[in-house]
Design a protein around this ligand. Sequence first.
Ligand SMILES: [Zn+2]
Length: 241
Amino acid sequence: MRRAAALALVVLGTVSCGAGQPASVPAPATSAPGQEAPQSPTPAPATPTSTGPPEFTSKVSRVSRDRLPYSWRPGCPVHYRDLRLVTLTYWGFDDKPHTGELVVRDTVTDDIETVFEKLYDWRWPIEQMKLVDAFEADDFDSIDANNTSAFNCRRATGSSNWSNHAYGEAIDINPQQNPYVTASGGTAHQNAKKFTERPIKGKGVINPGDKVVKAFAAVGWEWGGYWSGAKDYQHFSKGGG
Ligand SMILES: [Zn+2]
C-alpha cells in the first residue's frame, strides 16, 4: 500500500508540475550488483527521487496552560502567554529523524529555529527532546534522562535568582554528555561522570569553539562551557548567564 501511494504521488507530481521540472521516472527494476535477479517479472515500485531523510521542519505555536502543568505557575517571571511551543525535527542518537518539542519565550523562537535547522542538517545528534513537564518539571530527572529542554520556571542552580530557563531564554542540550561540572570537577549525575572533561570526543558532545557553540553564538546565545569556575556544558542562553 505504501509503495502504491508513493507511486501515485510521483505520478500526481509529474502531472501537476507540468513543464516546470523534468519528470524523473525511475528506470525499470534491474538487479543491483551483488543481488539476485528478482524472480518475478513485476517491476520494482517507483522510487521517489528523494529517498533521504525528510527536510527539517519547525512550527511555532501558542502554548496552553495545560501543556505546562509543572513548569509554569503564577508568579513566574514570564507569563505563559509570552511563551511559545516550538515543534521541530531533530536527528536522534539512533541515526533517525524525530520530532521534538521545546518551550521558549516568543522573542527567541527565530533563534531556536535557526540553530536547530543547522544541527539537523549536520545530523548532529540529540537523544531526546520533551517538555520538562514530562518529568514533572524536575530538573534532575530531566537531566538524568538526557532530555534536551528549555523553559522551566525555576531558580538558577545554587542561587535564589531565577534561572534563564525561567524566562524561556535558555536551553540544555544532551545533559548527560554535557554535564554541569562544579569548580572541583564533579557532577551530580552518575551517568555523566565520564563526560566532565573538555575537549572530548563522543556522540552529542559539545566542545569549546565547535560548530554547535558557533551556531548559538551566531544568534547571540552564549555557552555555559565558557563560564569560569563551574561549567555548564549543556547550557546556552540568550545574552549569557
Ligand atoms: Zn541550563
